[in-house]
Design a protein around this ligand. Structure first.
Ligand code: PLP
Length: 441
């Protein structure tokens, strides 16, 4: 008999519980397309007829958003490949509330048009009283672009050679600045720059002096740099890119610059990123003197760089809500992390997994606190576990170090421990398949 006669009809496939659930999430038309593709393959004898349902399910996206949640067990707190800062519960609630129609640009008292993001600006000025005004754009790079375009297009930006930084994945700040039509005026050498170097470079062509936080490397040895406090006294605007978005000093990250201290020491404008140590959504902050911020806000480019309502809502919740997951991670003690690692390793050993708790050194990542080496703890597993953990649901991304798979707890709160333990145990089954089963079952 021709096996192709057994290919199930579309309606029957769609009634299978697995696909009926998918219809809820992806809509009937999308699921139908996946079924048709599977049926075509069966007709072409590329798959057996009884595999049509499984094949159709495999043809659908793994998640509604196209992005899958991943547990960050790398020990890098802000991992750019994992979306940097996880949002707080408050920010997630804010996203849902703003997702429909909302008063993003409406004054409900008067019924007239309001200023977009006015609430967020107020929250920022409360958190950073040193700033006279604030403006939010899509990310840190957009904030720099707007500042360079509005304040220095066709003119010069004075910048120390040691601060010509590449942030990551080919993102070079000097190239971005030049793309706005500004010219760079490099001062000093790779390791040293003096106030006199800046003085000599400043003239009629200067748009502003820029300081960039070297956020992912440290230069040590015979070095010198000039602090914002000294540069603020020069007769041109001082823009400081602090990178990771701390609004005030953090006791555990003493070398990381913050917006309040930087403005107090004389910066006219501070540029920062919101999805790093601020722990919020991707956005860029511009904080400083009213005249400077107004110039940026009124520039035609501002419209192209403006954030959407979801970002504004999540940022507002981050500024006004309880401590973010990022802030909480920085609070946890090594002792607490070690105790959690011991408990998870013990549960795994009880199920026959070669797991041990070990001390590790974590990092901040995401272009922040490059010198910080926070003590952390991890569950150490045989190296093959790294692939099994990545392939589990939810996927867990560990770090591989010296031939071991380390499930580092630094970036994960204790609310994830049960999930982590379960995932390790499920991975163990796949690592050592029971007789008669194939590893991918
Ligand atoms: C991360 C970073 C940026 C870029 O910010 P994004 O929000 O990633 O665009 C710019 N400057 C510095 C110093 C940074 O650390």
């Amino acid at each position: 008999m021709d096996e192709r006669r057994n290919i199930p009809a579309t309606d029957r496939v769609l009634d299978e519980p697995r696909l009926a659930a998918a219809v809820e999430r992806f809509g009937r038309e999308r699921v139908k397309r996946a079924v048709h593709t599977a049926q075509r393959r069966a007709r072409a004898r590329e798959i057996p007829a009884d595999q049509v349902v499984a094949e159709a399910a495999a043809n659908l996206p793994a998640s509604v958003g196209g992005l899958r949640p991943v547990l960050n067990a790398t020990g890098v707190l802000l991992h750019t490949n994992l979306g940097r800062a996880p949002l707080s519960e408050a920010a997630v609630t804010a996203l849902r509330e703003a997702a429909g129609t909302c008063d993003v640009e409406l004054d409900l008292h008067t019924g007239a048009r309001g200023r977009r993001g006015a609430n967020v600006t107020r929250g920022l000025l409360d958190a950073v009283p040193e700033a006279e005004s604030a403006h939010v754009v899509g990310n840190g790079a957009a904030a720099l672009t707007l500042a360079a375009t509005a304040l220095a297009s066709g003119r010069e930006i004075v910048l120390a050679r040691g601060e010509m930084v590449e942030i990551g994945a080919g993102f070079r700040i000097p190239e971005l600045l030049c793309s706005t039509g500004a010219r760079l005026r490099e001062v000093g050498t790779t390791n040293r720059v003096e106030l006199a170097d800046y003085r000599a470079a400043i003239g009629a062509e200067t748009g502003f002096v820029l300081k960039v936080h070297p956020s992912n490397f440290v230069i040590s040895g015979f070095t010198s740099s000039v602090e914002p406090g000294e540069l603020g006294g020069l007769d041109v605007p001082l823009v400081v890119d602090i990178g990771s978005g701390l609004l005030e000093p953090h006791p555990r990250l003493p070398d990381e610059p913050d917006a309040r201290t930087t403005l107090r020491s004389g910066a006219d404008l501070v540029v920062a990123s919101c999805d790093k140590l601020l722990g919020g959504p991707q956005a860029g902050l511009l904080l400083g003197r009213a005249a400077v911020v107004d110039t940026l806000r009124r520039h035609p480019l501002a419209r192209a760089l403006r954030p959407d309502k979801l970002t504004l809502a999540a940022l507002h919740a981050t500024l006004n809500g309880p401590p973010t997951p990022t802030a909480r991670a920085l609070e946890r003690s090594h002792r607490e992390l070690r105790a959690r690692a011991e408990r998870i390793a013990e549960s795994a050993r009880a199920a026959g997994v070669a797991a041990t708790a070990v001390d590790t050194v974590a990092s901040i990542g995401g272009g922040g606190a490059p010198g910080a080496r926070p003590d952390s703890a991890a569950v150490a597993l045989p190296e093959p576990y790294s692939a099994h953990l990545r392939g589990s649901t939810p996927p867990v991304l560990p770090r591989v170090e010296s031939g071991r798979c380390l499930v580092d707890l630094f970036a994960l709160g204790p609310e994830w421990d049960a999930e982590l333990t379960g995932t390790i145990l499920r991975s163990a089954e796949r690592a050592a398949p029971t007789p008669g089963r194939t590893p991918c079952e």
